[in-house]
Design a protein around this ligand. Structure first.
Ligand code: 15L
Length: 263
């Protein structure tokens, strides 16, 4: 099916905002949704202010949409209510709307924190079991399972990107493993918008030598990252935190915060 009308949720956020400019002019219409009113509306853009916990509003935003790029929600560890509404209820509303409005696919921002309660000595791939390292990571694990269910049961294709660290350049030693550059992020979303699949999980990282995640599933689907974090090794390789639990696990601070178990 041809993708003409694309909805970006969280279009005012860091990744959504980058995609808004990168995808400009590529589709007949970009529908941009955020909880905060968006400004500087360009030709080809429609802007809607939507709180993801409002199912009716989400459904309206999905009318006549071919694909959703779901970047909306809370991107941080937070108390339960602030995870439950935007991330859990919000995701349910997005996939319910996709199902009932006949949306072809949802390309969505999952996170490494769905699997990052894992020692840095271990390699994972797209088939590894969920190991959420915080409430936020658990909400992403839930979203992946939600996407799987709606793909196989209702035919809403799902493309889950377990994003590492999205910044203009790597910021510390951990990012030499987890970084994804803006242009690689944009390319990975394009793969999600064009490839043929039912539901897939890929890692949102550049071509990083020190990666902890085997991204062969993304490569198989056509992802060809142009950047590698290793190019910044001299610059940031010495930037290491002093929290031993954070440094031992892939999820870093997301693992060590509130950590009271025996390591
Ligand atoms: C995430 O999921 C966060 O949204 C982002 O701010 C970073 O902390 C990133 O993970 C990361 O693991 O570096």
């Amino acid at each position: 099916r041809r993708i003409n009308r694309v909805l970006i949720t969280g279009a005012g956020g860091r990744i959504g905002g980058m995609l808004r400019t990168q995808l400009r002019g590529r589709y007949e219409r970009l529908i941009l949704s955020d909880i905060i009113p968006l400004k500087d509306i360009q030709p080809g853009e429609d802007v809607v202010t939507v709180d993801l916990k409002d199912g009716e509003a989400v459904r309206r935003a999905c009318r006549d949409v071919d694909a959703i790029i779901h970047c909306g929600g809370n991107p941080r560890e937070s108390p339960w209510p602030e995870i439950l509404e935007p991330n859990i209820i919000g995701s349910i509303n997005v996939w319910e709307a996709a199902r009932h409005e006949g949306v072809d696919r949802v390309v969505y921002a999952s996170s490494n924190h769905a699997i990052a309660f894992t020692r840095r000595s271990e390699m994972l791939d797209h088939r590894s079991a969920h190991r959420p390292d915080c409430r936020y990571g658990l909400s992403k694990a839930f979203m992946e399972d939600l996407a799987f269910l709606y793909a196989y049961k209702y035919g809403v294709r799902g493309f889950g990107m377990r994003i590492g660290s999205f910044t203009p350049r790597p910021v510390d030693a951990r990012a030499l493993s987890t970084w994804i550059s803006p242009r690689d992020m944009a390319q990975l979303v394009s793969v999600g918008l064009t490839a043929d699949y039912i539901h897939e999980i890929v890692f949102g990282i550049s071509r990083n030598k020190r990666a902890w995640w085997d991204n062969s599933n993304a490569y198989r689907l056509g992802y060809d990252p142009q950047d590698e974090a290793e190019a910044y090794a001299d610059e940031v390789g010495h930037i290491v935190g002093d929290d031993p639990i954070a440094e031992e696990f892939q999820g870093s601070r997301f693992v060590s915060m509130e950590f009271t178990a025996d390591p």
